[in-house]
Design a binder for this molecule. Structure first.
Ligand code: PLP
Length: 410
């Protein structure tokens, strides 16, 4: 009989979102009259903007004529999109990138997972706690870890607590690590890194020959002009960092699917025999072998985000979500809760009232306010006692949810 990859069996059974779904379905079945408002999973609610939609439609029409039909595209993505991103999104930050350093994909979740293909299994990996669960679970699946302990920490991974005390900014690992995941603006805490803080990480990585896997999925939500949008704004980062970005939240592409990875040409690792080798070459090889590119209409739609009108409309949607974030943040802090995030990112990270665990507060909000959020403990042990609300709901629902919570907590 074929053997399974039993690393998968090490994963904890009740993955966060299925468990939330189970509890919400149970409640809704028992209370069909309740209007449940979901501010849990970070899915967007605003439709594609008119300019993006038109580009999408036009590209589909191109496929209808032999003269403009497009078949397989370049595995790394079309130059029209790569150039638009480099010109409109990186150049204004003072970051120069070559086309060959950028790889378009069908989303950032796959990229964050697939990147592990080009790293040896015996690299030591550090991740935040709490953290976007994909970093943790994909390392478990690929076989880099032992079993989880009773707290949920996997043997072999280095966890960097992100707590109220350290302002949700992890301290440098006390042992040498080869790979470090950083995510700013952070999911779930909403924390951002200043230029000085990011410089600290780049200096750490350069001094320790580590690679930073920098997840910038929420960079478009930064409102403070002093906060970096890309790790490459920091000198030396091209020698030590891979950056991930996504169109999902920025432009409403959660269902459309488009993301990108930057793997600079200067970025090197060593072979098992100690010679230097380019990660860019490896990633190109990986993508050309295992991926056939994001679809042409999707890439045309993504490129439209960078047109003048496209960006204006996209920015309006981002502002809409950030106004939701303000309403949640101010409403709940006015109701006496301690609230973090929601200023430079679309997540509000609140402290659960004294005596209530993350899941207690989840059940209280669901059953008493009919509002769904995400228990902080689902993102890692240091998330216990916290709760995440997403600003991606529609405005009326956000206002109603905040009013219900305020009334309940009075
Ligand atoms: N990275 C972070 C931190 C996220 O929160 C998400 C989605 O929620 C992703 C990556 C994945 O985004 P995508 O929809 O591009 O796969």
């Amino acid at each position: 009989m074929a053997k399974i990859n039993d690393n998968y069996l090490k994963l904890k059974a009740g993955y966060l979102f299925p468990e939330i779904g189970r509890r919400v379905r149970g409640f809704a079945a028992a209370h069909p009259e309740a209007k449940v408002i979901r501010l849990g999973i970070g899915d967007v609610t605003q439709p594609l903007t008119p300019t993006i939609l038109k580009a999408f439609h036009d590209a589909v029409d191109d496929l209808a004529q032999a003269s403009s039909f497009m078949g397989y595209g370049p595995e790394q993505g079309y130059d029209f999109l790569i150039e638009a991103i480099i010109e409109k999104s990186y150049k204004p930050l003072g970051v120069e990138l070559k086309n060959t350093e950028m790889f378009i994909s069908d989303g950032s979740k796959c990229d964050c997972a697939n990147i592990l293909d080009i790293f040896a299994l015996d690299n030591t990996v550090a991740i935040g706690d709490p953290v976007y669960p994909v970093y943790n679970d994909t390392n478990v699946m690929i076989g880099r870890t032992g079993e989880a302990d009773e707290k949920g920490y996997y043997q072999g991974l280095v966890y960097l607590p992100c707590t109220e005390e350290n302002g949700f900014m992890p301290a440098f690992p006390s042992q040498k690590v080869d790979m470090i995941y950083l995510c700013f603006p952070n999911n779930p805490t909403g924390a951002v890194a200043t230029k000085e803080q990011l410089k600290g990480w780049v200096d750490y990585a350069l001094a320790n020959d580590s690679i930073i896997l920098f997840d910038a999925a929420y960079e478009a939500f930064i409102t403070d002009p002093s906060i970096p949008h890309s790790i490459y704004e920091i000198e030396g980062a091209k020698k030590c960092a891979i950056e991930f970005r996504s169109f999902s939240k920025t432009a409403g592409f959660t269902g459309v699917r488009c993301g990108l990875v930057v793997v600079p040409e200067e970025l090197e690792g060593t072979t098992s025999t100690g010679e230097k080798y380019s990660f860019n070459k490896l990633w190109l090889r990986r993508q050309t072998t295992k991926f056939n590119g994001a679809s042409y209409p999707v890439q045309k739609a993504a490129a439209a985000v960078y047109s003048e009108e496209g960006w204006k409309e996209t920015k309006e949607n981002i502002d809409y979500y950030m106004e939701n974030a303000r309403i949640i943040r101010e409403g709940l802090s006015g109701a006496g809760l301690t609230v973090y995030g929601g200023v430079n990112g679309p997540y509000i990270w609140l402290k659960t009232p004294v005596g209530l665990s993350s899941w207690d507060f989840f059940d209280k909000l669901l059953t008493e306010c009919h509002v769904v959020g995400t228990p902080g403990s689902g993102f890692g042990p240091s998330g216990e006692g916290f709760f995440r609300l997403s600003a991606f709901g529609n405005r009326d629902n956000v206002i109603e949810a905040v009013e219900r919570i305020k009334k309940n907590l009075k």
